[in-house]
Design a binder for this molecule. Sequence first.
Ligand SMILES: [Zn+2]
Length: 256
Amino acid sequence: MEIFALGEGSYSVDATKKFIPFNPETDSKRDRPGSLFIHVNPFLIKTADDLIVLDAGLGYKDTRDELLLHQHIRNAGFDPEDVTLVLMSHLHYDHSGGLVVERNGKLEPSFPQATHVIQRDEFTFGLSGASTSYHKEIFEALQASAKIDFVEGSGEYKPGIKYELSAGHSKFHQVFWIDLEGTKVFFGGDELPEPEQLIRKFVAKYDYDGHRSAELRIQYGKKAASEGDICLFYHARATAIGTVNYQDEVFTVTAV
Ligand SMILES: [Zn+2]
């Protein structure tokens, strides 16, 4: 099965909302008080018709000035130019930074051949500059030179790809189900960002609607368990790709 986690590594983020690379082996969490520590895993899926990127990470570059994302796609045996679809759960910077790449002082789409599937109201909100969690210059650059298919609410984008407006983590957040060789893949973005969130129940301050998000995690987790979906966990520490089991009101996640 062709699903790849395009891991961008670990970062800390504090009240300034700047993401700073964090190396667990050489950096100390104590040096970054008041920070959240996150892992970032965009995904790549090869279906019969498409090469799909799911969320785009922060857009960090390696020492050769190449996007880590591009490097990982090449390592998986594909070319970034071959990506046909970019499915976006929402547009917070840690999910959308890698949509563009700076070349000669100008932001260009990282996936120039791809169609970007984005909730219309999420894009409008990001572009408005009303929240520092969104970097509007990314969306201006996309608008100028990328293909975008705006979707609204819930529906089927094309045979085998469904989206649902979930509206928990951000006001216009969406999740996806993708058919892959008879198996269903669930991408919950930040509604189901890591396996631990199924196991440890809590309401998070960073969600737009924390109570709704907490309920959605359970709902999506149960659906994935009963239907045998493969889940993609964008902020997973360890298990980025896994199946969910729900028994006696307890979730367990097994790496695929
Ligand atoms: Zn987010």
